[in-house]
Design a protein around this ligand. Structure first.
Ligand SMILES: C[S@@+](CC[C@H](N)C(=O)[O-])C[C@H]1O[C@@H](n2cnc3c(N)ncnc32)[C@H](O)[C@@H]1O
Ligand code: SF4
Length: 415
């Protein structure tokens, strides 16, 4: 089933280093922290005059330059993703400053994917024009639902009309690629609400849709409500029905289902940055709560904004001292980052194999034979017989049922 030896790590065809090289930049500010959200964010209210936007962007620019210097030589960047939080809360001049610094500090290849996330209510023409001026070519807008009661439960500060306005404004500003995020399984959402949402998004003329099942995270208001029994958690059978409805309605509208939660109008419209994650590729992370991965060495930064700002202002950076070095002292990176790092780990070959399977099986295309870690033929037979995976031309894929049982599929495939 797999190529012999360490071929899957050393000479990958689509995974690891072959997947490109990404840059993720995190902007943690939001008007309001939605009750379900577990990302590194801080609420700054509707009039965020006191928010440290400028100080934060300055820290991002300095941190990025230090990371690039410390980690040189780095591969050329094939995808940039500025996410949040709510990047569209930043004033347009700061957006341009940040995007300009990314282009200046990194070797961004011609034709690289360059995405910035936005919330519908703040994705105004000034912000969208700043994206174009800064070299971005893709915007990802968090719509979540078209149903007012669902948006209210999710504590969203916009209606469906704001999403439609943002999409039109993005096109007018000259952004060729627009993606919209949706969530299904919100308490109180009816099947008809989800169908109406899917049909509305299919009619927007955009090229990409992410449709996530509502995740309940401990430590969020939704997580606490579910633990206290005051909110019903999403029902697995309902989520499966919603997933099949998404396949059906988006498929009928010309979207190809290329990853568990993602649909694109053709291969070129797939999110290359996210495909890089699912192919267990390498990427830098800049800002609070950002993750990075280089050849089996993973690290992440603090989620605390003030700690991040003062650490960067005192000379720290979000890159460990000796990434990739096999004899790295425990904690050496954390010391060198002077408080920016939140943690780091070095993945063993077995852990990398497990992750590559778990992530790669999320993709409809599955995993290329040359990129497959060694799999015991009996274990493969077992996973095939259980209906969790299938093979075609040597590629290993999850079945439709297997997509919902990925942990089990991978547990059967790995010793
Ligand atoms: C990091 S958020 C940033 C997007 C932007 N701030 C917004 O909310 O419009 C990216 C997307 O993750 C999804 N998301 C966040 N928390 C989620 C959860 N608990 N369950 C499912 N999807 C979630 C939402 O669809 C959201 O648009
Ligand atoms: S879902 Fe988006 S707007 Fe809501 S708290 Fe998370 S990052 Fe902020």
């Amino acid at each position: 089933m797999s190529a012999p030896g360490r071929h899957w790590l050393a000479s990958p065809v689509e995974s690891g280093a072959a997947a490109g090289f990404g840059l993720y930049v995190h902007v943690p500010f939001c008007s309001h922290r939605c009750g379900y959200c577990d990302f590194a964010t801080v609420a700054v209210g509707e009039r965020p005059a006191d928010a440290p936007f400028e100080r934060y962007v300055e820290a991002l620019v300095v941190d990025l330059a230090r990371q690039v210097a410390r980690l040189a030589p780095l591969p050329a960047v094939t995808s940039v993703f500025v996410g949040g939080g709510t990047p569209s809360l930043l004033p347009a001049d700061l957006v341009e400053r940040l995007l300009g610094a990314i282009r200046r500090e990194c070797d961004v290849v011609d034709g690289a994917e360059f995405t910035v996330e936005a919330n519908p209510e703040s994705a105004d023409p000034a912000f969208l024009e700043a994206l174009v001026a800064g070299g971005a070519e893709r915007v990802s807008i968090g719509a979540q639902s078209w149903t007012p009661s669902v948006l209210a439960t999710l504590e969203r500060g916009h209606d469906a009309a704001a999403v439609e306005r943002a999409v039109v404004a993005a096109r007018r500003a000259g952004l060729p690629r627009v993606s919209v995020d949706l969530i299904h399984g919100t308490p109180g959402e009816r099947e008809s609400d989800w169908v109406a949402t899917l049909d509305a998004v299919a009619g927007l003329g955009i090229d990409h849709v992410s449709a996530y099942a509502l995740g309940i995270h401990p430590g969020t208001p939704f997580g606490r409500a579910v633990a206290a029994g005051t909110m019903a958690p999403p029902d697995d059978d309902d989520l499966r029905v919603r997933f099949e409805l998404a396949r059906e309605r988006l498929g009928a509208a010309g979207f190809e289902h290329y990853e568990l939660s993602n649909w694109a109008r053709g291969t070129a419209a797939r999110s290359r940055h996210n495909v890089l994650y699912w192919r267990h590729g390498d990427y830098l992370g800049v800002g609070v709560g950002a993750h990075a991965h280089l050849d089996g060495h993973r690290w992440w930064t603090t989620r605390a904004i003030e700690r991040y700002l003062s650490a960067v202002e005192s000379g720290g950076t979000g890159a460990p001292a000796s990434p990739g070095a096999p004899d790295r002292r425990a904690g050496a990176g954390a010391e060198a980052s002077e408080g920016v790092l939140g943690g780091e780990e070095r993945l063993s070959e077995a852990e990398r194999a497990t992750e590559r399977l778990l992530l790669g099986l999320r993709l409809a295309d599955g995993i290329h034979p040359a990129d497959l870690p060694p799999i015991d033929p009996l274990a493969l037979e077992d996973a095939l017989a259980a209906g969790l995976v299938e093979t075609s031309c040597g590629r290993l894929r999850a079945t439709r049922d297997g997509w919902f049982l990925l942990d089990e599929a991978v547990a059967r495939l790995t010793p």
